[in-house]
Design a binder for this molecule. Structure first.
Ligand code: ME8
Length: 523
């Protein structure tokens, strides 16, 4: 049977600087979802990439004294290397300077032009280069960009316009028909009231610089960078390509979810669906906007200069703990304050003392009492109450529901509860006492088997968040890695751990950390 598809995307990041905690946040969140959907049996296509055109990038290159293409070619590997280091499993990496993308953008223009949705007119207004956004005079705040507060420049150009204003009612109908299209709810309300305020036609070409995709039917015009960027979601999977490429597009489109930060919600929930409607293409199923990571109450960003590199933190915490912290401690969808102090706290409590400690104790005891082989679960213990089995059997349901709601903290919590219960279970059953007498040998085997089995199941469900550790734990139980799992629903059935498997204790998964003297701000 053909697997159902699941297509998810991150924003494509500007190459005006290197990756930081903010861009990494969206990317690890998307990766956790991609990993989960794969283990839950879907044919996943996970896309990320780079937004390489526009004035902002052209200016960065100019400041560096190199061509924009050279600049992009130097920055691109820095993103790719960072994502690799963070365990990101993207299936493709689109760059808007790719030929396949440029070709697709031009095909899209031709389509909209032929359908009568474009016209030429003079644009008089303001432009914020850091945000690559047009503003009218009355949108400015004290003469500055209403979004980022920086200076804007006046633009007076003959541009191509997209008849965005024609789509206001259609968009409002769509939001009503598909209440899950924009998540979370607060973002949905924000977009609905914005569109209810009326939409103006959108300038979609520029003539005063040339770092962009040329408009195919009017020389001297390049595509407005946001339009160029949004189209990556379809060009990467084959839109505007050969027959074979188009087949891939038909297979994966529409996207199941676009993950974005709340700063770019209007582009994704207003302009993008209107563009697709104009072209007669299906609309993505969901746009999920997460909040901002804040340090000392301020948004962390490249331009504010308070952006920390992910590698600074992974060197201290390791990749898995890094991913775990951001996805479990910050409620996905809301803004979240992050701090070094909190990161250390979460690391020590959840990972060193709970998950790491459980693995280390139980694997150690299996070595000590059963020669490092998984004991068979004794017949005599089959009907006995087993709290771990009860929780483990409910975990797929609760975890699945949390992931469906894109609520990572709750998904992690579902596993954390089993982990806490397993630590308590070991404590209460005191295998070290059971090991003292032959009469309790069956009980001992049942306790160790159950604890190992709970560990195996936790490793499966922790894998989208902490993939390396999960594979390591499974390897210590002589089991294949998570990538081999076709259906986690089947794999998590209680009793799946084969008796007789060799169990290796290994080093501490999360050695306790004692750092109190570095702050994120100092980094
Ligand atoms: O907007 N907290 O690119 P960009 C959380 N090229 N997330 C953050 C963040 C923070 N402090 N700072 C940045 C663009 N992000 C366009 C996108 S898509 C067709 C084109 C994340 O490099 C968040 O996902 O400015 C935000 O939406 C994105 O980085 C902006 O990245």
């Amino acid at each position: 049977m053909e697997k159902p598809t699941y297509y998810l995307t991150t924003p494509i990041y500007y190459v005006n600087a290197i990756p930081h905690l903010g861009t990494a946040y969206t990317t690890i969140a998307s990766d956790a979802m991609a990993r989960w959907q794969r283990m839950d049996g879907r044919d996943v296509f996970f896309l990320t990439g780079l937004d390489e055109h526009g004035q902002k990038v052209a200016q960065s290159a100019e400041r560096a004294g190199i061509s924009p293409q050279q600049w992009c070619d130097e920055i691109a590997p820095k993103f790719q290397d960072t994502w690799k280091a963070l365990g990101i499993t993207n299936d493709d990496f689109i760059r808007t300077t790719d030929e396949r993308h440029m070709r697709g953008v031009q095909a899209f223009w031709t389509e909209l032009f032929e359908k009568g949705y474009l016209y030429k007119d003079t644009y008089d207004g303001w432009y914020c280069v850091p945000d690559e956004t047009f503003f009218t005079q009355d949108q400015l705040v004290d003469g500055k960009c209403p979004d980022c507060g920086r200076s804007v420049e006046f633009v007076h150009e003959e541009n191509w316009f997209f008849k965005l204003s024609e789509f206001a009612d259609k968009l409002l109908d769509y939001y009503e028909e598909k209440p899950d299209f924009i998540c979370p709810e607060t973002r949905r309300n924000e977009v609905v009231s914005f569109v209810k305020g009326g939409l103006k036609d959108l300038s979609i070409s520029r003539t005063t610089f040339d770092w962009g995709v040329p408009i195919p039917f009017d020389e001297g015009h390049v595509t407005y960078v946001w339009i160029d960027a949004l189209l990556n979601y379809i060009t990467a999977i084959g839109y505007g390509g050969t027959e074979e490429e188009q087949a891939k597009f038909d297979h994966y489109w529409p996207a199941d979810v676009h993950f974005v930060g709340k700063d770019i919600i209007r582009f994704h929930c207003v302009i993008w669906p209107a563009m697709l409607m104009a072209a007669g293409l299906p609309i993505p199923k969901k746009v999920f906007a997460h909040g901002f990571l804040l340090t000392k109450g301020e948004k962390m960003s490249k331009s504010r200069g308070n952006a920390v590199s992910p590698r600074d933190l992974t060197e201290i915490f390791g990749v898995d703990a890094y991913r775990y912290y951001f996805l479990s401690d910050v409620q996905f969808g809301a803004d979240g304050s992050i701090s070094m102090e909190r990161m250390v706290q979460v690391y020590n409590a959840d990972l060193a003392n709970s998950w790491g400690n459980l693995c280390s104790r139980v694997l150690n005891m299996c070595g000590k009492y059963f020669d490092g082989k998984v004991p068979a679960f004794p017949e005599s213990q089959v009907g006995a109450p087993n709290p771990l089995r009860d929780i483990a059997e409910g975990i797929y349901g609760s975890y699945h529901a949390a992931m469906d709601a894109i609520d990572y903290s709750s998904a992690v919590q579902a596993v954390g509860e089993l982990c806490a219960r397993a630590n308590l279970y070991v404590e209460e059953s005191a295998p070290w006492n059971l090991a003292k007498s032959d009469e309790t040998a069956d009980e001992l085997a049942a306790v160790i088997y159950s604890a190992l089995e709970a560990i195996r199941i936790m490793a499966l469900f922790y894998a989208p968040f902490m993939p390396e550790t999960s594979d390591e734990v499974l390897a210590r139980l002589s089991l294949d890695g998570v990538a081999t799992i076709e259906s986690v629903k089947e794999a998590c059935t209680w009793g799946g751990l084969p008796a007789g498997n060799t169990v290796t204790k290994g080093d501490a998964l999360f050695p306790r950390l004692d750092i109190s003297d570095i702050t994120l701000e100092e980094m």
